[in-house]
Design a protein around this ligand. Structure first.
Ligand code: HEM
Length: 485
């Protein structure tokens, strides 16, 4: 009888605490305690979430464990929240696994004053390296020569591009933050890349999901957090060593990279109490740039190869355009973009169809808000579902078909529809968008200039994905035939 009483008590308390209040967005019925955890197909969460909008509307709610989540779908609802009502939706929610290890430092996970200062600093430093006299353009082109050499060594035989592309893109972040690249075979570099991969694996594991749904309980158990902590301490140590080295060679008249700039910012401290720049925060900002800027761009390039082998006629047309505008005697430059509308359209369509950050990063309401007829209280997690925007039937002519025509007008000129928001929109808009776009353009055109990609003999290209931190293609092998000796 006591057991029955406890069960009834827990279920009643759960019902009272977690019922949907009047005006709150509707959504699928939730189970006691666990909520809607089992409503979604976790191998294709982004598609499940998009499908639910068909039943409950563009703004609907779900409960993940004890946490209420509102999912926004379609271009209109997502941009209304993130752009028109951006002030109310710009914060990040607390995510127990990250809070316990990163303590809200850096850019991605921070809020308020810390976020504003760190974001402004990172944006201006990236702008300097993107387009100023220290532009990363020549370094990206140089990095291409290393990856081209690596790929050429396969002599047109099948290889898995995953690691090679990851290393290439990670080196661009190394150049940005450390001021130097690594040889792909360098032991320290290999170790760092492995740690990042392990860290990602833990973040997408079921245990991490459980940890975030039931943190009080999970903190007491052995679980992913100890390993996650260990891995991230090692990554921090790696950055710490670089920071130490930078401090020894630091020269304010010659600021070489992100770390130098950051050390400069720390030196300029005048009003300590409002100042969020210190070495711990520097380390987290560096890890943020790796975390957000490496896997994303490399996954997009891996989708690019797959789409090109799936649609060889599109690959040929891109190569023909590059041949006629750039030729073979010089590398591409960002200034060529305007003269390569078809290539530009193909890159955008790869990003749209690749949909690599399918559910965006989570946001949270920082006050009670009214959105499209609903009331959402302060503190509710918001998922601005990018899948539902990049495949929104109301915005795209053929949403589920690879069609570069989405980005070309009748005269064949490049146009960008407003619903193209793979980098999100509003106040939290991807901080590395310009760098990512430069990398994608320079790497993609260089690859197309030098190689023709195809599947190994007898193998058909499969566009299947793995749902994780990014939506990435399942591992595949590919052949790259040099176009010119
Ligand atoms: C945030 C996409 C590359 C740095 C984001 C967000 C998305 C995104 C969707 C979340 C925005 C939001 O919360 O509303 C992408 C894609 C990329 C890419 C598709 C490549 C194809 C990069 C690169 C860097 C970078 C190269 C840096 C070097 C960041 C940072 C944030 C962020 C720091 C957090 C911004 C904040 O919280 O204020 N990105 N990103 N990203 N991205 Fe990117």
């Amino acid at each position: 009888a006591l057991l029955l009483f406890i069960v009834v008590f827990i279920l009643t308390a759960d019902y009272i605490k977690n019922r949907r209040l009047t005006g709150f967005p509707p959504g699928p019925p939730a189970l006691p305690i666990v909520g809607n955890i089992f409503t979604l197909d976790h191998k294709r969460t982004h598609e499940s979430m998009t499908e639910l909008a068909g039943r409950y509307g563009d703004v609907y709610s779900m409960r993940m464990g004890q946490r209420w989540v509102v999912v926004l779908n379609g271009f209109e609802a997502v941009t209304q929240a993130l752009v028109t009502q951006g002030d109310s939706f710009s914060d990040r929610p607390s995510i127990p696994l990250y809070d316990d290890i990163f303590h809200g430092l850096g850019v991605i996970l921070s809020n308020g004053h810390m976020w504003k200062q760190q974001r402004r600093f990172a944006l201006s430093t990236l702008k300097y390296f993107g387009f100023g006299k220290k532009s990363l353009e020549p370094m990206i082109l140089e990095e291409f020569t290393y990856v081209a050499k690596e790929i050429s060594a396969y002599k047109g035989k099948p290889f898995n591009p995953h690691l090679i592309v990851n290393n290439t893109v990670a080196n661009i972040i190394c150049l940005l933050v450390f001021g130097h690249r690594f040889e792909y075979g360098d032991e320290q570099f290999k170790k760092m890349m492995k740690l990042f991969e392990q860290s990602i694996q833990i973040q997408v594991s079921v245990l991490a999901e459980l940890y975030n749904a039931f943190p009080q309980l999970m903190r007491c158990l052995p679980g992913p957090h100890q390993k996650f902590k260990r891995i991230n301490e090692e990554l921090k140590d790696f950055v710490r060593t670089e920071v130490k080295d930078h401090k020894q060679k630091w020269d304010p008249s010659d600021l070489r990279d992100f770390i130098d700039y950051y050390l400069n910012e720390i030196q300029m401290v005048t009003e300590k109490s409002l100042f969020t720049f210190d070495e711990e925060c520097l380390i987290m900002s560096v890890l943020d740039l790796f975390g957000a800027g490496s896997e994303t761009t490399s996954t997009t390039l891996r989708w690019a190869f797959l789409f090109m082998v799936k649609y060889p006629e599109i690959q040929e047309r891109v190569q023909a355009e590059i041949d006629s505008v750039i030729g073979q005697s010089r590398p591409p430059s960002v200034d060529d973009r305007a003269d390569l509308p078809y290539t530009d359209a193909v890159i955008h369509e790869i990003q749209r169809m690749g949909n690599i950050v399918p559910l965006n990063l989570p946001h949270v309401t920082n006050r009670d808000v009214h959105l499209r007829g609903y009331t959402i209280p302060k503190g509710v997690t918001i998922i601005p579902n990018l899948t539902s925007v990049l495949f929104d039937k109301r915005e795209w002519k053929t949403p589920f078909t690879f069609n570069p025509g989405h980005f070309l007008n009748e005269e064949g000129k490049f146009v960008k529809p407003a619903a193209f928001i793979p980098f999100s929109a509003g106040k939290r808009l991807c901080l590395g968008e310009n760098l990512a776009r430069m990398e994608l353009f320079l790497f993609f055109t260089s690859f197309m200039q030098h190689f023709t990609f195809s599947m190994p003999p007898g193998v058909k290209p499969v566009l299947d994905y793995r749902f994780g931190i990014t939506l990435s293609p399942v591992h595949y092998e590919i052949c790259a035939k040099p176009r010119h000796e």
